[in-house]
Write a protein that binds this ligand. Structure first.
Ligand SMILES: Nc1ncnc2c1ncn2[C@@H]1O[C@H](COP(=O)(O)OP(=O)(O)OP(=O)(O)O)[C@@H](O)[C@H]1O
Ligand SMILES: [Mg+2]
Length: 260
């Protein structure tokens, strides 16, 4: 029997399988993110984490369609993605983004020649209501005071941590309902990393649902109420930090953490 989707879930992924030619990048992946949750997705290099986010955001289907009729590789996608109870797996990326599912991509640097302020305004291109725009900008400035202090600075001259904060700030300017952040901590020092994760927790406490993709397993498990472990294209474990750490096989084989 097919179980109905959970009404409390903002995102529900079921049986998602993605192949590029004969390579299976996602193998029957199912996961859910409840309204108001901060959920982690961890796993080693090449596990399929970015592919999962890109598929959910409609980018893999878009890539498949734009390759049709060329000699480029054949992409096949199967499974279901629901956002706020509705199927979104055949919608184009801009429609998915407009519904509030927003991706802050991996290693994405802001428009480096623009000022910090212009970069934030570029994130708000869909917002026509000036008052709402002002409120959102105030919220982003409250969260990331450095973006206010450096409003006129050219973005390319920000530090790595500041650029990552700008990338998240720009995503917040779209007023997302689900913010998917792909490996925000890459290349940051341990101290800046910790600060960034505290900001991500704060974004969630302010009511935004977050799906956080990371390789830093220890930090991710410590801030997320629940996490999924993706390895070799499959979900191999899921649960709260203590459940994942209590499972010796998961602990040793997938998390690469020291025993608690
Ligand atoms: N466009 C593509 N064409 C072919 N193979 C791809 C494509 N994109 C990704 N892959 C392959 O799919 C696998 C999963 O990649 P993906 O980027 O999803 O992993 P990841 O978990 O995000 O890794 P990382 O932690 O290094 O970012 C990798 O083996 C990668 O080489
Ligand atoms: Mg990745």
């Amino acid at each position: 029997m097919v179980t109905p989707p959970e009404a409390s879930n903002l995102l529900e992924v079921r049986g998602l399988t993605v192949c590029y030619d004969t390579a299976m990048l996602l193998n029957n992946v199912s996961l859910s993110v409840g309204r108001g949750e901060l959920v982690g997705l961890v796993g080693p290099n090449g596990a399929g984490k970015t592919t999962l986010l890109r598929t959910v955001a409609g980018l893999v289907r878009w890539e498949k369609q734009s390759k049709q009729g060329t000699r480029a590789g054949n992409i096949t996608i199967a499974g279901e993605v629901r956002f706020d109870g509705e199927r979104i797996d055949s919608l184009p990326p801009h429609v998915i983004a407009r519904r509030g599912l927003v991706l802050c991509p991996e290693r994405r640097r802001p428009f480096t020649e623009l000022t910090v302020a212009d970069n934030l305004m570029a994130g708000a291109y869909l917002q026509k209501d000036r008052r709402a725009l002002r409120e959102t900008l105030d919220m982003v400035h409250q969260m990331f005071p450095v973006l206010k202090q450096r409003a006129r600075q050219i973005s390319g001259t920000l530090s790595g941590g500041e650029q990552q904060m700008l990338a998240i700030g720009r995503a917040l300017m779209t007023r997302p309902r689900l913010l998917c952040v792909d490996e925000p901590s890459t290349g940051l020092s341990p101290l800046v990393k910790k600060e960034l994760f505290a900001k991500i927790s704060e974004i969630n406490r302010r009511g935004i649902t977050v799906l956080l993709v990371e390789q830093d397993t220890a930090l991710t498990l410590s801030v997320c109420a629940r996490s999924y472990v993706l390895s070799h294209s499959r979900i191999v474990a899921s649960g709260a930090r203590q459940d994942l750490l209590a499972d010796q096989t998961v602990h040793r084989s997938y998390l690469g953490l020291q025993s608690p």
